[in-house]
Design a protein around this ligand. Structure first.
Ligand SMILES: Nc1ncnc2c1ncn2[C@@H]1O[C@H](COP(=O)(O)OP(=O)(O)OP(=O)(O)O)[C@@H](O)[C@H]1O
Length: 264
């Protein structure tokens, strides 16, 4: 039987008086990469925050389970070892060096006030090398470009070495070669048994995942494999048929639906 890494049971969530998510039921399989897509305001980021336990309990109805246990009952440090998070436009300590920012990902592994150990340094080096941020490890985050900064924050999430990695727009500011590197990194993680859940606006990149969740209006409209015709139909529908999913060079891609050019 397929094991479930993250389960959302009858989730509704409100911010202020506004109901943002309604009746969400999701089972995200372990050892697979799921991308969450949908139009602006669909509720993707809010859902990811709920799955990470980042919204106050009073704002959320229903239950999230992580690796078979209710998320709310997992002690914070243990949860932080099992679940790594990369948020959208995330702030971080700008005065810290890139190395120290990546080391923040190791905090849940370290005893209270204990200095980082060899395993922590090894994890940070591996993460910074994976995102090709090792060369500027001594530079403060505040002196990096948007894409460089994002690669350090990605390294921080990787350094946790969590079983489950949740990422909201991880490709923000990344140039195409580093987007490609990120795809390879995610594939390596899931091949090694990890679980990845990413919110992505780039639908063609989202289609390189294993499974896709399509959202609109605070609800899940579809969940299915990225190569399934029903998933492609749901994608085209949710984006008002302004994209079309095509198979090109062995990959599923989303192309803009443009009016046919008039023949010259
Ligand atoms: N702090 C807030 N207060 C009030 N409404 C909010 C707040 N944060 C989000 N919302 C609303 O909740 C809805 C879902 O927002 P969310 O950020 O989850 O969508 P999204 O699918 O991630 O959007 P995008 O693709 O634009 O990033 C939107 O209508 C948004 O305006």
């Amino acid at each position: 039987m397929k094991s479930i890494a993250v389960c959302a049971c009858q989730i509704s969530a409100s911010i202020g008086n506004r109901l943002i998510l309604q009746g969400i039921n999701l089972q995200l399989p372990a050892g697979r990469w799921t991308s969450i897509v949908g139009p602006n305001g669909a509720g993707k980021s809010t859902l990811l925050k709920v799955l990470a336990g980042l919204l106050p309990g009073t704002a959320v109805q229903g239950e999230v389970q992580l690796l078979g246990r209710p998320l709310a009952q997992i002690p914070a440090r243990e949860r932080a070892r099992q679940l790594a998070w990369l948020g959208q436009n995330e702030g971080s300590a700008d005065d810290l060096t890139s190395y120290d920012v990546a080391m923040l990902g190791r905090l849940p592994h370290q005893a209270w006030l204990a200095p980082p150990g060899a395993a922590d340094h090894a994890a940070v080096e591996q993460a910074l090398r994976t995102t090709q941020a090792w060369d500027w490890r001594h530079r403060p985050l505040s002196q990096l470009s948007g894409g460089e900064r994002q690669r350090v924050l990605l390294a921080r999430a990787l350094a946790v070495q969590a079983q489950v990695l949740l990422m909201d727009e991880p490709l923000a500011n990344l140039d195409p070669p580093h987007q490609t590197d990120w795809l390879h990194t995610m594939r390596t993680l899931v091949d090694a048994g990890g679980t990845v859940v990413s919110v992505l606006h780039e639908v063609s990149l989202a289609l390189q995942a294993d499974d896709m969740v399509v959202m609109a209006g605070g609800r899940v409209l579809h969940q299915g494999p990225c190569d399934a015709p029903a998933t492609h139909a749901a994608l085209e529908e949710v984006f008002d048929h302004r994209i079309q999913v095509r198979h090109l060079d062995g990959m599923w891609m989303a192309l803009p639906s443009l009016p046919n050019k008039k023949s010259q």
